[in-house]
Design a protein around this ligand. Sequence first.
Ligand SMILES: [Mn+2]
Length: 365
Amino acid sequence: MSIRFIHTADLQIGMTASGSGTMASALRDVRVQALERVLDTAREREADFVIIAGDLFEGNDISRELVRRTASVLQHSPVPVYIIAGNHDHAGAESVYRGNEFNPGNHVEVLLERAPRLLESFDTTLYPCSCPESRSDVSPVAWIRKDTATRFHVVVAHGSWTGGPRLQENDYPMSTDELEGLGVDYVALGHWHSTFPDPDQRPHETFYYSGTPEPTGFGERDSGNVLLVELSSDGRKVEKIPVSRYRFLDIDVKITGEASAADLARKLASLESPDTTLVRIRLQGVASLSAQEAIDEVIEKEQSRFAFIRIDDSGMLVSPGEEDFAQFAPGGIASVTFRLLEKREDIDPRLRSRALDLAYRFFKA
Ligand SMILES: [Mn+2]
């Protein structure tokens, strides 16, 4: 006897990707498509069922149209789907799952109650730990008592493992001891957007975060995967499968002179699949005005090849170098303005750098 299932979570359907400009609507749509890809993967890999460990939706107040579209994707699922409510789409009175728009069909079960669910045909007990509200400082798995009626036991919960960096105290905390003490075959967690731990490196952990199947923003270490879990009398196998369409990539540029723009151009040119890559370029250091201009030119030229390019220049100071001054007549109005601004030690350096930048652009034009 063996079973295999797909573990996913945090699709965050309805998420508005702020600050992504013209990409915003594509990024909203791709989250529904991510659900399709999860179900396609279930079909391709011959999974028996799919587990969604919370936050299928970004909130309980998302548009009816999006709820209907999601339900319609689930209607076409080739296998049963078991869903718990996360902190975003929590099981409270206003839950999206209690509304009339969400009709995914009988093969899809939203397990809002914390009670064992016996899957007889798979010889498996699920222990679903839906979030009853958006925040709680109580462990979501505290109620579980292992039932001995089936061969396999799988916990499905949404919250924060206390062994990691925690942003909030009331984030449905779960400790290592507690999770290990459950004595089950697998703990499927949701809430963290990156896969953790990585089953390729740590195949024998008690719990795993699948992470979101489609990245939700910059700074996610290992998002865009689902986990394929196989339980059998021989033991357990957990496989990480990448399924994402877009990737969010950080490029750090340390400005060291005129060559920095060429470095950036080389880096951007070497990236694969630019049309599905969102790039955040973090500029660091002190740039001369012409170095900054050269970087702007590179970005301008590359912009259309990429899905999106965002510039973070909060770590960069612009300061005119000799090559900047050399373009203007000594003693002329431009040179005098630069020198006057440079001397103003009383101004916040960031403000001074902005003023220099503007003055340079003004005189250059
Ligand atoms: Mn969450």
